[in-house]
Design a protein around this ligand. Structure first.
Ligand code: URP
Ligand code: ZN
Ligand code: ZN
Length: 459
């Protein structure tokens, strides 16, 4: 038996340690990790001397080709996953949104039909439930979990957009998820407060991007975070709070975790890099996403929780819109489609934080890969260990890189990350042992990605 591929002389990074070792791959799986694996034991040898060997990241929060804000998000399944590959992401989780009457498997199968043609990396879905279809959804969840759909999303906002789940639905979803080993993700913001402030500011002629933030300040998110945490705590329900951005809500979620509640917390690079001050800029509309970036105090609290381990994962909430679409709201923040790009930037950004000593490389790997796989039941993903998928990123700690729309691989024509300087950058990405990104070039093929059938997780 010969290995297909052998990485020699690299430093392997796991969520708990870093060590010098060779890594051998056979049939898309990691077959051996050890010292001095003979070169002749492999068909192909890659010398990664001086480089880090990392697991591919899992981006647990993307919105590709999503109808939203009067348009469709700018990245197709193909272009979004191409960008993912070039940023070291080997699995994405997309969010199909239910319209009244849709079944879970109907939505999943629609997504799968497109992703199996277009996806350049592996994929899973969290299904957004907006209506229980008279309880049929709760019944269907059992079958869907068996099909590997083990996470669902409830929007606590977007009432006017008909995407909001009310508390009664959220509670039922949490209880059902607990029975089935599934998890409920929430977007936590209070829609009534947002509507109140929006009406007030529009009436006062306050329409700049700054008022996107002012209609959704810290306490608007905190109220919903606390409400979701309250249900999770008292019903012992499995809750995942997506794109956490505010200190008060974060503290409530951490306190619940410490008291034993099954609460996991996700934040995104945009909240770690930018504050609400971006909405004062001339191009502030390009940064409009929900929840908005918050003040420095919240940002500091997010970094503290990242360092302490209280934040579980990083994801992107990748939902870009073209400049001309963002421009619809040049003079009125309510007309800006909400969302920003990040799928290609998440792992390099967090690894840069590790390279500068802000966090360890193992912590970056845990946040972007290992813990994501554990929380969402991806048994074969997220770590460099024998038997796992050979999703591997080779990282050059010495490579300087300045993010620009000109060196990104997605479809969008601008990025909030323009000009951001990173020290260290991924130079290769392998998906199940196949090279899909090589020194700035996408070298994979649409359709290479496969559906990840996930396992229920009982805690
Ligand atoms: O602004 C955002 N985040 N757009 C995407 C939809 C969502 O709320 O996650
Ligand atoms: Zn959201
Ligand atoms: Zn989102």
């Amino acid at each position: 038996m010969k290995y297909d591929l052998l990485f020699i002389n690299g430093t392997v990074v796991t969520a708990s340690e870093m060590f010098d070792a060779d890594v051998a791959v056979k049939d898309g799986k990691i077959a051996c990790i050890g010292k001095n694996i003979p070169l002749e034991s492999a068909e192909s040898v890659v010398d990664v001397k001086g480089k880090l060997v990392l697991p591919g990241a899992l981006d647990a929060h993307t919105h590709l080709a999503m109808p939203f804000g009067g348009t469709v998000s700018a990245d197709s399944y193909e272009s979004g996953t191409r960008g993912a590959a070039c940023g070291g992401v080997t699995t994405i989780f997309d969010y199909p949104v239910q319209h009244t009457g849709d079944t879970i498997m109907g939505l999943v199968n629609q997504k799968k039909a497109m992703l199996e043609k277009e996806a350049c990396v592996d994929y899973a879905t969290h299904v957004c439930i907006t209506d229980l279809n008279g309880g049929a959804i709760l019944d269907e969840m059992e079958e869907a979990v068996k099909e590997g759909i083990t996470s669902y999303k409830c929007f606590m906002v977007y009432k006017k957009e008909n995407m909001m789940t009310d508390d009664a639905t959220l509670v039922r979803m949490l209880l059902r998820a607990k029975e089935l080993g599934a998890r409920i993700n929430v977007h936590a913001e209070n829609p009534d407060l947002i509507d109140y402030y929006t009406e007030k500011f529009l009436a006062e002629g306050k329409t700049s991007a700054w008022y996107h933030y002012m209609t959704r300040p810290e306490f608007v998110e905190a109220e919903a975070d606390k409400r979701a945490v309250h249900w999770a705590k008292n019903l012992n329900g499995p809750l995942h709070i997506v794109h956490m951005a505010d200190k008060e809500g974060l503290e409530a979620a951490i306190a619940a975790k410490q008291a034993g509640a099954d609460v996991t917390i996700e934040t995104c690079p945009q909240y770690l890099e930018f504050t609400c001050d971006v909405y004062k800029r001339e191009d502030g509309r390009n940064f409009i996403c929900s929840p908005p970036m918050k003040g420095k105090e919240s940002q500091d609290a997010l970094w503290t929780a990242i360092k302490s381990g209280d934040i579980d994962i990083i994801a992107t909430d990748h939902c870009p819109f073209q400049s001309y679409e963002k421009d619809w709201g040049k003079d009125d923040f309510t007309k800006v489609p909400n969302g920003c790009a990040g799928i290609e930037n998440m792992y390099p950004y967090m690894l840069d934080a590790a390279n500068s000593g802000k966090i360890s490389f193992s912590r970056a790997v845990d946040l972007c890969a290992t813990k994501v796989a554990q929380i969402f039941g991806c048994e074969d993903k997220g770590s460099l260990a024998v038997g796992k998928d050979a999703d591997i990123v080779i990282y050059d700690k010495d490579k300087d890189f300045t993010i620009s729309i000109n060196n990104m691989h997605t479809n969008c024509d601008h990025t909030i990350w323009e000009g951001k300087k990173l020290h260290g950058y991924p130079i290769q990405t392998y998906l199940r042992g196949q090279l899909i990104y090589d020194n700035g070039e996408f070298v994979g093929k649409p359709g290479m990605g496969k559906f990840i059938k996930r396992k229920p997780v009982f805690r």
